[in-house]
Design a protein around this ligand. Structure first.
Ligand code: FAD
Length: 432
């Protein structure tokens, strides 16, 4: 009899809820990962950076498991079919896994759960990805929060050491299922190409975290923000450990982690936002211009607005974009170009290494003003003023748009004041 640990967005062997519970049970634990064809088949870029990230995270876990006489089992297929085969191959005691709050994942887990229960196998699931989930932070009337500040206040009053404590699993590591090391499928075997492993570090020093409040808005600074997004996304670091450090070090940083919980809770309570609906339905009445040529220029970083172009070029070149630039480029697309925020959301989803449905959707709906607790629609970023404030020495712009003063650089795609007036009129019309 074996217990299966099903890894998804929690690719680590430390401080891991499902792993802890699986190891505590009385059966050997077989860790598995499935390259899910439902997800992979939709990825158009065969060199998607995230595939390389996942590959190297699995490899790191494999090295550790092999030293313990165990091995990861990695599959490529549709989860229900993979579990169907596992049921034939193993005498499975139970399956352990961590919660995933995305609409697709909820459906997937229900299907797998149904298959397993048909075979008399239970699937145990745990909170691991966030500090508070689902109904843990609710208003006094029992309804979910839709505004961040009161949510974060309640979040903080509920917080105590229990929620930040790490799971002590290493003492149980002798309970992994003993087996020969299995070869991990190469990226080529699942139809992708290696893109290199130039990923942000898993650690960020405390001195920088202390300074975060003062440095976080300046994109030219090398380590002004933590760049831990991708590690939180794939669970290569533990949120409990990070939040514990943040609580002791920087309230501003802790607040960002609360935003992360908040958007996960929004997606959980209002799953329609993850399926293309505006959080505020009246914003779906906006008549977008949706000019494809302009959208392409925005994607390529050729709008003629140096700060906007710098952000988009950073994204295209590295898979990362600084938060301030995410806000500016998103606002520019929705408001200056009056392009449906869903187009931008989809583009970011293909490019961001730290892409996360809940946070990305939250960010886009914030920028387009259609979201919960969004910026009021009449607040429209002025890229030139933003550059003056946050990139005064033009270091960031210089890095990504060195040719901006030359004749090859395109003139602004739209004149700022005209674009602003046009956006205000379109929004006012939709909302009247
Ligand atoms: P830091 O500033 O060091 O923050 C630490 C961590 O806190 C981040 O890694 C992230 O996990 C969390 N965090 C910070 N800000 C937010 C926020 N506003 N919402 C939710 N979590 C936050 N974040 C993603 O993780 N994935 C996305 O796909 C994503 N898309 C975005 C799209 C738009 C249009 C906008 C405006 C924001 C988006 N964000 C997204 C939020 C934020 O920009 C990134 O989390 C942040 O820039 C990642 O860089 P960092 O790790 O250096 O962040």
């Amino acid at each position: 009899l074996v217990n299966i640990l099903w890894l998804r967005r929690d690719l680590r062997l430390r401080d891991h809820a499902a792993l802890y519970h699986a190891l505590k049970s009385d059966r050997p634990v077989l860790p598995i990962f499935i390259y899910d064809r439902h997800i992979l088949d939709k990825l158009e870029n065969r060199q998607d950076r995230r595939m390389s990230f996942i590959y190297q995270a699995l490899e790191a876990m494999q090295q550790e498991l092999v030293t313990m006489g165990s091995s990861l089992a990695v599959y490529h297929g549709y989860p229900v079919e993979v579990f169907d085969k596992l049921l034939q191959q193993f005498d499975i005691g139970a399956v352990f896994t961590n919660h995933d709050y995305e609409p697709y994942a909820i459906e997937r887990d229900a299907l797998v759960g149904r298959l397993l229960s048909g075979a008399g196998v239970l699937m145990y699931t745990y909170k691991d990805q966030v500090i508070f989930e689902k109904n843990e932070v609710l208003k006094d009337d029992g309804k979910p929060y839709t505004v961040f500040t009161p949510y974060s206040r309640k979040w903080k009053t509920l917080l105590n050491d229990f929620y930040l404590r790490s799971y002590p699993d290493s003492v149980l590591y002798d309970r992994f299922y003993r087996q020969e090391a299995m070869a991990l499928p190469s990226l080529a075997q699942i139809g992708f190409e290696w893109r290199g492993n130039d990923f942000p570090s898993k650690t960020w020093d405390l001195a920088r975290m202390q300074q975060y409040g003062a440095t976080r808005d300046f994109p030219a600074m090398d380590k002004g923000t933590s760049r831990l997004g991708v590690h939180l996304r794939f669970g290569t670091i533990s949120i409990r450990e990070l939040a514990r450090t943040a609580k002791a070090t920087s309230e501003v940083y802790l607040n960002e982690l609360i935003w992360r919980d908040f958007y996960h809770a929004i997606l959980w309570h209002f799953p329609q936002v993850g399926k293309g609906a505006a959080f505020k339905p009246e914003y779906d009445r906006i008549v977008w211009r949706n000019n494809e040529g302009e959208f392409t220029r925005w994607c390529q970083g050729l709008t003629g607005y140096p700060l906007v172009d710098a952000g988009m070029r950073e994204l295209n070149a590295t898979g990362y974009m600084h938060n301030r630039l995410r806000m500016i480029t998103a606002s520019f697309l929705c408001k200056h170009l009056l392009t449906d925020w869903r187009w931008g959301e989809a583009y970011f989803a293909t490019q961001l290494l730290d892409f996360d449905l809940a946070a990305n959707n939250g960010g886009w709906q914030w920028a387009s003003s259609s979201g919960c607790d969004a910026a009021p629609y009449f607040r429209i970023f002025n890229p030139a003023l933003q550059a003056e404030k946050f990139d005064k020495a033009q270091q960031y712009i210089e890095k990504w748009v060195p040719e901006r003063n030359g004749f090859q650089y395109p003139p602004p795609i739209e004149q700022h004041e005209l674009a602003r007036q046009r956006a205000l009129a379109a929004y006012a019309l939709a909302l009247k």
